[in-house]
Write a protein that binds this ligand. Structure first.
Ligand code: C2E
Ligand code: MG
Ligand code: MG
Length: 744
C-alpha cells in the first residue's frame, strides 16, 4: 500500500514519498487514514493488528466494526472529537476488536488531517498494548499478592534504607511492641539493645549484602518495653549493586526455641554433671566395695588360719589336727601300719601363768611348740589343743618308737626356757595311745591318750604312760556314770547329807554352829557313788548346773524346816563347783533361792575351791563382790591344795579358810603339815579370816588345832555326814554344847 498520492511528475517528491512509504510499511505501529468512519488507507501493521489479509483488504472497512460495540465506537468519538476539533492530538486507550472477534487493548493517537475541515478525515496510530496491559495487570496482581503476604505474614518484615524503616509489616511492629506506623522513618537502632549491638549488626551484614548473598543471624533484640527477645534475622539487599536502595529484613521470634534450646543445654549439662557425679560415686562405691572385699578376703584368710591354726604357736589347732589325724589313720589302716597318738600337758603350768603372768606363759608355750616341732619328723603332726595341752600324731610309729620319742620329749620339755631374763623349768606329763590296739578312730585314740596322760599325772607327773586296759575300764565307767548321772536328778537318786560344823569355844566345848551339805548319789545298780567320782563328771558335762541348783534349793529348804522345827539357828555351807561359779547368773540364782525359802543371806555360806577362785581371779573378785553385796558369806574349801596367791586372797571377799583334811590327817606325826597348818591359821588371822579345819578325826588333831587358835572344826571325830533326820537327832543330843569330855 502507499499512503502517498502519485507524484511521478516530481522526482524529489516521489523520492520523499517512497521513503515515507517504506517507513509506514515497516512501522511497528498501525497507521490508518479514516474518513467518514471508513478506512481509506492503512499500513501493514494496522492490517496485522486487526487481522486483515493485507492493507488493501482493510480499505473501505467501517472502523466502527473494529470496536467492541458500536456504543464504544461512538464513545471514543465523543471523547476524541473535542480534542481533535481544536487541532490537538488525541491519545487514549481503547478496547478494540479484531476481525476474529478477539478483543484487545489498543493505544490510539489521532489527529485531524485538516483541523479546519474535519470531513477531510483523520489519521490514527494504533498500538496493540494487550501484552503490556496484561503485563501491567500481572504486575498489579503480583503487587497485591505481595502486599497480602506482607500484611499477613507471621514473620516481621521491614524494608530499610539508610538504616531507616521505609516500610514494615504489622507482624514486625507487633514483634517489637509498636503501634501501627510508629516505626516508619525510625532508625533500626530502635530494636537493638545497645549502640554496640546495632553497629556490630551493620558491620556483620555489610559483606554478604554487598555480595548479593543473604545475611542470616540469630540475635538478642530489644522490644519497645525494654524486654528482650531472641530473633532469627534474614536480610537481603534490594539491589546489590546499589546498597542505597535498601534492604529487606525478615525477622522471627525464636525466644521460645532459644529458651528451650538453652534449657536443653542446661538440662544436658545438668545431666552430664549428674552422670559425672554418679560415675564418681559409683567408682567410689566400687573402690570401697573392692576394699571391703579385700578386707573381707583378708579377714576370711585370717579366720581360716585361725580356724585351722593356733594363733599363739602357729601349730595346727584341734580342727586341723582332727582332719590330719583321720587321714593318717586311714593310711595306717590301709597299709596296716602302726600309729601313735601322744598327749602332752605341762605340770602345774597354771602356776607359771598365775605367778609370772600370761605373757611369760604364752612365750614359754610358743618356745615349747618350737621344740616339739623340731623334735618330730616331717610326716608327724604337732597340734595345740589349747592351754598347755599338745597332741602329736605319729604315723609309722610302734610302741618302741613312741616310748623313744616320749623320752626325748621329756628331756626337751624339761630343759630350761629362757623367757625375758627368767630361766623357767617345767615338766611334762604324757599319755600315749596306739593304733590299732587302743582304738580304731581318732576320737577313741584321743580319749585313751588323755586317760593315759591323767594316769601319768596321778602317778606323780613328769612321766609318760601308755594306755592300758585298766584305764580302759575306768573310762568305760566314766561313760557309764555320765549316762546314769543325766537321769539321776529326775529319778530322785540324789540326796543331801549334812555334816555338823562346830565352833571351838574358849571353855573347851564345841558348839554346833552349822552344817555342810554334801551330795549323795545312790544308783539302783551301781550303788552309792562318791561325789569325788561323779562331781568331776558332772562338771565336765555341765550337769553340775542343774544339780548344783537343786543342792542349793534343797539345803536351804532343809535349813528352813530345821528353823521351823525349833533347831538353834545354824548356818548352811553349800559346795560350789568352778563351773557354777563361772556361770553368769550365779548371784541372781542364789538370791532367788534364798528368797524362795525366805532365808536371810547371812545364814548361807558358799564353799569355793581355790582352783575355782584362782582360775580367773578378776572375774572371781567380781562374782564374790556381788555375792557379798547380797550378804552371802564365802569360804575357800580345801585350802592349801591349790595355789592361792596372797595378793589375791586379800582381794577376795571370803570370810573363812577351810584347811584341807590332807594337812589335818598327819598333824600328829608330820612336822611339815603342822608348820603349814600353823602358817595358814596365822595368815588367816592376819587377814581377818576365820579358819575351819576339815577331816578332824582324832583328839590329838583337835588339841593341836585348838592350841594354834583354829576356831572351827568338822570331821568324823564329831560326826560323819548325816541324813537330815539323823542330823536333827545329833543336834538335839548335843544341845547344850558338847563338852570336850562328853565326846563319843
Ligand atoms: P569337801 O567339800 O571338802 O567335803 C568334805 C569331804 O570330806 C566330804 O566327802 C566328807 O564326807 C569328807 N569328810 C568329812 N569329815 C571327814 C573326816 O573326818 N575324815 C575323812 N577322811 N573324810 C571326811 P564327800 O562327801 O565324799 O565329798 C567329797 C567332795 O565332793 C567334797 O569335798 C566336795 O568337794 C564335793 N562335793 C560334795 N557335795 C558337793 C556338792 O553338793 N556340790 C559340789 N560342787 N561339790 C560337792
Ligand atoms: Mg566342802
Ligand atoms: Mg574340803
Amino acid at each position: 500500500m502507499s499512503l502517498a498520492p502519485d507524484s511521478s511528475d516530481n522526482p524529489a517528491l516521489s523520492q520523499a514519498l517512497r521513503e515515507l512509504d517504506v517507513i509506514l510499511a515497516n512501522a511497528g505501529v498501525g497507521i490508518v487514514f479514516v474518513k467518514a468512519r471508513t478506512v481509506v488507507r492503512c499500513n501493514q501493521r494496522y492490517a496485522e493488528i486487526y487481522g486483515f489479509d493485507s492493507p488493501e483488504a482493510a480499505v473501505g472497512h467501517s472502523s466502527v466494526e473494529l470496536y467492541e460495540t458500536e456504543k464504544e465506537a461512538r464513545g471514543l468519538g465523543a471523547r476524541a472529537y473535542p480534542v481533535l476539533a481544536t487541532g490537538e492530538t488525541f491519545r487514549g486507550e481503547q478496547m478494540m476488536r479484531r476481525l476474529s472477534g478477539e478483543l484487545f487493548w489498543a493505544h490510539l493517537t489521532g489527529r485531524l488531517i485538516n483541523a479546519d475541515n474535519p470531513a477531510d478525515g483523520s489519521i490514527w496510530i494504533v498500538d496493540d498494548i494487550s501484552e503490556r496491559k496484561l503485563a501491567d495487570a500481572t504486575l498489579v496482581d503480583l503487587h497485591a499478592e505481595q502486599q497480602l503476604i506482607f500484611d499477613h505474614a507471621m514473620v516481621g518484615i521491614v524494608f530499610l534504607r539508610g538504616r531507616r524503616v521505609t516500610r514494615c509489616n504489622r507482624a514486625f511492629e507487633q514483634l517489637f511492641g509498636y503501634e501501627p506506623g510508629e516505626l516508619d522513618g525510625q532508625y533500626s537502632r530502635a530494636w537493638y539493645l545497645s549502640d554496640e549491638d546495632w553497629k556490630a549488626a551493620g558491620d556483620l551484614c555489610y559483606e554478604p549484602l554487598s555480595r548479593g548473598d543473604s545475611f542470616h543471624a540469630e540475635m538478642l533484640l530489644g522490644r519497645k518495653d525494654g524486654t528482650s527477645i531472641y530473633c532469627e534475622v534474614r536480610s537481603k539487599a534490594i539491589d546489590r549493586s546499589d546498597l542505597s536502595r535498601g534492604s529487606i529484613w525478615i525477622t522471627q521470634d525464636i525466644t521460645a526455641r532459644k529458651l528451650a534450646e538453652m534449657e536443653l543445654v542446661q538440662a544436658k549439662a545438668q545431666l552430664e554433671a549428674l552422670v559425672e557425679q554418679r560415675t564418681q560415686q559409683l567408682s567410689q562405691t566400687v573402690a570401697a566395695l573392692e576394699l571391703k572385699i579385700a578386707e573381707q578376703q583378708a579377714t576370711e584368710a585370717r579366720a581360716e588360719r585361725l580356724a585351722l591354726f593356733d594363733g599363739l604357736t602357729g601349730l595346727p589347732n584341734r580342727h586341723l589336727l582332727a582332719d590330719r589325724a583321720s587321714q593318717a589313720i586311714d593310711i595306717a589302716r590301709r597299709s596296716d601300719e602302726p600309729l601313735a597318738v601322744l598327749f602332752l600337758d605341762l605340770d602345774h603350768f597354771k602356776n607359771v601363768n598365775d605367778t609370772l603372768g600370761h605373757r611369760i606363759g604364752d612365750s614359754l608355750l610358743a618356745q615349747l611348740a618350737g621344740r616339739l616341732r623340731a623334735a618330730v619328723r616331717e610326716q608327724d603332726t604337732v597340734a595345740r589343743m589349747g592351754g598347755d595341752e599338745f597332741v602329736l600324731v605319729l604315723p609309722l610309729t610302734d610302741i618302741a618308737g613312741a616310748a623313744h620319742l616320749a623320752t626325748k620329749l621329756m628331756a626337751l620339755a624339761s630343759a630350761p626356757f629362757q623367757v625375758e631374763q627368767q630361766e623357767l623349768t617345767v615338766t611334762p606329763s604324757m599319755g600315749i595311745a596306739m593304733f590299732p590296739t587302743d582304738g580304731d578312730d581318732f576320737e577313741t585314740l584321743c580319749r585313751c591318750a588323755d586317760a593315759a596322760m591323767y594316769r601319768a599325772k596321778r602317778d606323780g607327773r613328769n612321766a609318760y604312760r601308755f594306755f592300758t586296759s585298766e584305764m580302759q575300764a575306768q573310762s568305760a565307767r566314766a561313760l557309764q556314770l555320765e549316762n546314769a548321772l543325766r537321769r539321776a536328778l529326775e529319778r530322785n537318786q540324789l540326796s543331801l547329807h549334812y555334816q555338823p560344823q562346830l565352833a571351838l569355844e574358849a571353855d573347851g566345848t564345841a558348839r554346833i554352829v552349822g552344817a555342810e551339805a554334801l551330795l549323795r548319789w545312790q544308783h539302783p545298780e551301781l550303788g552309792w557313788i562318791s561325789p569325788a567320782e561323779f562331781i568331776p563328771i558332772a562338771e565336765a558335762t555341765s550337769l553340775i548346773l542343774p544339780i548344783g541348783e537343786w543342792v542349793l534349793g534343797e539345803a536351804l529348804s532343809q535349813l528352813r524346816r530345821w528353823d521351823d522345827a525349833g533347831l538353834p539357828e545354824l548356818s548352811m555351807a553349800v559346795n560350789l563347783s568352778a563351773v557354777q561359779f563361772r556361770h553368769a547368773n550365779l548371784p541372781e540364782l542364789v538370791g532367788r533361792v534364798l528368797a524362795e525359802v525366805d532365808m536371810p543371806a547371812e545364814r548361807l555360806e558358799l564353799e569355793l575351791t581355790e582352783g575355782a577362785a584362782m582360775d580367773d581371779p578378776a572375774v572371781a573378785i567380781t562374782v564374790m563382790n556381788e555375792l557379798h553385796a547380797r550378804g552371802v558369806r564365802l569360804s575357800i574349801d580345801d585350802f592349801g591344795t591349790g595355789y592361792s596367791s596372797l595378793s589375791y586372797l586379800k582381794k577376795f571377799r571370803v570370810s573363812k579358810l577351810k584347811i584341807d583334811q590332807s594337812f589335818v590327817r598327819d598333824l600328829t606325826d608330820d612336822a611339815e603339815d603342822r608348820a603349814i597348818v600353823d602358817a595358814v591359821i596365822r595368815m588367816a588371822d592376819a587377814l581377818g579370816l576365820e579358819t575351819l579345819a576339815e577331816g578332824v578325826e582324832t583328839e590329838g588333831q583337835l588339841a593341836f588345832l585348838r592350841r594354834q587358835g583354829c576356831r572351827a572344826v568338822q570331821g568324823y571325830l564329831f560326826s560323819r555326814p548325816l541324813p537330815a533326820s539323823a542330823f536333827v537327832d545329833f543336834v538335839r543330843a548335843h544341845t547344850p554344847p558338847i563338852s570336850a569330855y562328853a565326846l563319843p
